[in-house]
Every structure is written in structure tokens, then in C-alpha cells.
Design a protein. Structure first.
Length: 276
């Protein structure tokens, strides 16, 4: 990947992380940890990979994205704002009564949101249905989803995995955000869903493991997914919860709480490169 493109993607991901902090701080609630861990994947999907048009969010031929871990909506909203679906300033209205940016994605109220999600396991199931619909209709759009590693403890996720393999949904890509933490602690201690790679291979998926914060690895994995025929692709994205904000990184405490004024100031200083 050319350095110019790499620098552009890094800057977009930084802006997404800033949007996450802005949103959760002004809301005084939300889920910053798992939002920060998926910023790089979202940056690549929305600015490089997906066929989308912010001026025509519902165009029939668009690629679809489903945030199965719907509680990390701050990251999706920040991405959509950066891409031009709505004003960046609106991120400060997150979770407000009259805002269209609610705590979980709403396909009826938020431009660019393809599926309302929140109940864990629902999103990947809907993504499977979208991908199968494209197959039946002879349409060539692709479907992308991000599943949380804690979310993967849900039985519905594995029913969806069986479904996708059975119907050979090679137009479906599921990222597993493997940051190792959920609200109650380490995933391996709460209800161990690992090893994701071996399980998904056994279910009949094409499986690729990457560093979720390396754009070249993200790009290579998505290229390999496009080349794979007859199987859905799972990209195990090894990430850091809270990535980009030092005091949030790898801390389960930051799964579902907002920064206070001092924490907000420190996070924004770090993301803006101050003092470095």
C-alpha cells in the first residue's frame, strides 16, 4: 500500500476515534472500548472497500454493512459522519432524546445504517439474510458485518455460521473483533468462545487472521475474501479494546462507560498528538 494512502487511512481512523470520544463524552454514556477497537476496520471498509454513496444511502446496488455488536454504534456513527452521511457535529447529540443517533443503530432514523441492531447475534443473522437475498436475486452487492468476541458466546451466532456455510455465501464477510474483553472481564473467563478460527473452519468458512490495526493486513484479507468462492469468509481481527487512548487500552472497565471531563481532555490530547 502506498504511504500516501496509508497515511490517509490512519488519519480517517484517528477522526473516527475522536468521534467516539466526542459522542460518548457528550452523551455521558455509551461504549467507547469496543468502538475504538474497530475504528481501523471501519475506516478501510467505508473509505476503500465498500460500494456506497453518501448522497444516495439506499441505492439498491450498494454494499451492505451490519454492526452486529450494535452497542459500538459510536464508531459506526463517527465513520458515517466522516464519510459524509451526516454532519460530524451531530455526533455530540449521541443518545439525546431527540437525536437520530441513538445508543444502538436504527436503520429507519440514521442515514447509512443498513440494519437496526443491539440484541447480540441478531446482526450477523440479518447479514446472512442479506447475502442470501443477493444470491437469489442475482445481485452482486457484498455484505460485511462485525461481530464482537463476547457476542460470539451467543448460540445464534453459530446458527448463523452454519447457515452461511450451508448456503455458500461467498458474498459475506464477517469480522470477529477479537479484543479479548467483554463487560464482565476476559472472554476466556466469562464463557470461552475460542478458538474462533478452528470452530469457523469446522463450520465450513474461509478463515483469515489479522492484526485489526494494520491496514495492509486488512486490505489483503478483504482481497482474499473476494477471491474465495463457495464459502463465506471470517476475518479474525485481533484488536486492542480502547485502541488509541492509553488509559482505555485493554481495560474491560471501558466497555460501557463514558469519560469524564478530565478523561475526555486527556483522550483528546492523545488523539490529537499533543505532548508527543
Amino acid at each position: 500500500m502506498e504511504q500516501v494512502k496509508l497515511d490517509q487511512l490512519k488519519e480517517i481512523a484517528r477522526q473516527i476515534r475522536i468521534g467516539v470520544i466526542e459522542g460518548t463524552y457528550h452523551a455521558k454514556s455509551g461504549h467507547p472500548g469496543g468502538s475504538l477497537s474497530i475504528a481501523d476496520v471501519l475506516a478501510y471498509l467505508y473509505f476503500e472497500e465498500m460500494n456506497i454513496d453518501p448522497q444516495n444511502p439506499k441505492m439498491p446496488e450498494r454494499d451492505r454493512f451490519v454492526l452486529s455488536k450494535g452497542h459500538t454504534a459510536p464508531a459506526l456513527y463517527a465513520t458515517l459522519a466522516a464519510r459524509g452521511f451526516f454532519p460530524v457535529e451531530d455526533l455530540k447529540t449521541l443518545r439525546k432524546i431527540d437525536s437520530y443517533l441513538q445508543g444502538h443503530p436504527d436503520m429507519k432514523g440514521t442515514p447509512g445504517v443498513d440494519m437496526s441492531t443491539g440484541s447480540l447475534g441478531l446482526g450477523i443473522s440479518a447479514a446472512c439474510g442479506m447475502a442470501l437475498s443477493a444470491k437469489y436475486r442475482g445481485e452482486d452487492y457484498r455484505v460485511y458485518t462485525i461481530v464482537g468476541d463476547g457476542e460470539s458466546e451467543e448460540g445464534q451466532v453459530w446458527e448463523a455460521a452454519m447457515f452461511a456455510a450451508h448456503y455458500k455465501l461467498d458474498n459475506l464477510v464477517a469480522f470477529i473483533d477479537l479484543n479479548g474483553l467483554q463487560i464482565d472481564g476476559k472472554i476466556t473467563e466469562v464463557m470461552n468462545p475460542t478458538p474462533h478460527d478452528e470452530k469457523l473452519k469446522a463450520f465450513g468458512w474461509n478463515v483469515i487472521t489479522i492484526n485489526a490495526h494494520d491496514f495492509e493486513e486488512i486490505a489483503a484479507a478483504l482481497a482474499a475474501a473476494r477471491a474465495c468462492k463457495g464459502k463465506p469468509t471470517a476475518i479474525i481481527a485481533c484488536s486492542v479494546k480502547g485502541k488509541g487512548v492509553s488509559f482505555m487500552e485493554d481495560k474491560a472497565d471501558w466497555h460501557g462507560k463514558a469519560p469524564n471531563a478530565d478523561e475526555y481532555a486527556q483522550a483528546m490530547a492523545e488523539l490529537n498528538g499533543e505532548g508527543k
